[in-house]
Design a protein around this ligand. Sequence first.
Ligand code: HEC
Ligand SMILES: [Cu+2]
Length: 363
Amino acid sequence: MEHREPTVHLDRGFWSVTFALAIVAALSIYAWVVAPISGWLPEAANKAQQIDALFRFLAASGTALFVFVVGYLLYFAIAFRRRANDPPDALGVQIHDNNALEFWWTLIPTVFLVILVVFSIKIWAGIELGPNTGLTVEAIGHQWYFTFRYPQINGEVTNAMHLPVGQPVTLRLTSADVIHSFWVPGMRMKADMVPGLINTLHFTPTRVGRYQIICAEFCGTLHGEMDKQWFVVDPPVKYAAWYDAWQKKNSTASNALPVQSNARVAFGTGDAKIGKQLFSQKCTACHALGPFSQRIVGPGLLGVLHDPAHPNLVNGDKATRENVAEILQNGYKGDMGQMPNQTANALSNTDIANLVAYLNTLK
Ligand code: HEC
Ligand SMILES: [Cu+2]
């Protein structure tokens, strides 16, 4: 049997190719570092800048890696090709067990991935878990358009989502019918709008302008029409004028989005029909309309106010409308998990009254 020593000589050719590849890789890293990404697609919000920084990092390291991998592939294919005078059954050099190489090709990618994980999770956490400061706005997906709710504007705003530049915003997303996905390329942010659940985005608009809102989840025949609405970042004065105009226009509608308040809920005014609609938008992902034991995330709510077998709520309080309202305002963390509070579910006190009126009709 033929036996060859497993040796390779990395000759001058190899080192010149390495040098050339290093220069190309360095140039491509430089190109990504200075690439005018915000000129290609303007950055509407602070999170867009962070995500673009992450993109630069990924693109630069990916391109550099690509240059080396493909460069060496080509070089080795040529340098170690079969020569004219090689016998037909010539074997290439067989290499195994190079501990130094294996150490480095494990360590370097591991360090790289750890950096990437830390970098990404930091940005993700800022978007999803950021503090609930500033303005809270709610965006609702419909077949096939978006509507928006603002603090102290009654009803829903229908044309565009205006926000003032420079002010932190908490955006709550939900859906009135099927799953949509709220995508603003200018913000580099995309999140699902799920019926019965609230998803949250935190950001600060940083650049005055108009940015397209697109539905990024196929949601029925006219899904493609859901790219006609705008996210508009206004200077504060212009925003205030827009806000006042909608407040007047919608003054007779009901259902303003909350400013958080500890005011008591006025039960007498609750409207079970509106409550039912809210329930399908904000609660059904976690609550079934079945008995207490029919659990999704939280318990079934069919008998929450009228089941003799269920005299107490999960927090031990008596099952009264006041105490249900209290859970809706403050949330509750128990054995099953977290019932979100009023802010997280984007509920005004009027919403809570409507929901309680609806829950009161269930038996
Ligand atoms: C993300 C999931 C989630 C969403 C959304 C949610 N809940 Fe809950 N809810 C829970 C969990 C979990 C509990 C039970 C907490 C525990 O005891 O561990 C709960 C408990 C409750 C209770 C107390 C039930 C009882 O029998 O004591 C009521 C009432 C309630 N939720 C109403 C609502 C309403 C109304 C909405 C919509 C505005 C809603 N929930 C949205 C998860 C959710
Ligand atoms: Cu859609």
